[in-house]
Design a protein around this ligand. Sequence first.
Ligand SMILES: [Zn+2]
Length: 208
Amino acid sequence: MNWFPNYTCMACSCEIQNSTNDYLCQKCMDHLPIITEAQTGHYSPFAYEEPIRSMILKLKYADNGFIAKALAPYLAAVYLKEIAPKTKQPPIIIPVPLHRSRQRERGYNQSETLANELATYLNLSVVNNALIRNRKTVIQKHMDATTRANNLHGAFSIEPTQLSRIQNQNILLIDDVYTTGATTQECTAILKANKVKNVIILTIASVC
Ligand SMILES: [Zn+2]
């Protein structure tokens, strides 16, 4: 047990008193929406529910690198349990990119922060600039899966100077939330068109 009288919970912002975790209060720790059933096609440690939802929003809208540090072990656990046993050649980690102007506004890409933390944790290679987002895509909540997919068509490309680092490699694609899968599918398509071996999708949380 840890005692951090001046620390606040990164999900609910209460003062952490007695908790088994350095970053979350015990109440939030006890309510983590852990996914226990087997997953196929994509992997996530959590459902997109509280307190994870708040943590992801904070990860996105404030420079909270420590949240990525706290979430990386959960990504790593899913990787080691579900992905590593099925993947002979260790993958290269690639984050889903933001558009350059959005990254400049925000100062960083939350998926890149997660990818870097996970790479350090698992001792895997990460290539942050392999995928490029060609335009700012606005995903609206009311869009159905087909509209989202059309909206993203052609949104990504590969940085030519990074091609040799990713070809014939397994790719572990990292994003914060899996919603309809439109974003990761579009990234997968462009990666596969550029002759990567296999693309495995790992996100912190999954809506479905
Ligand atoms: Zn809390």
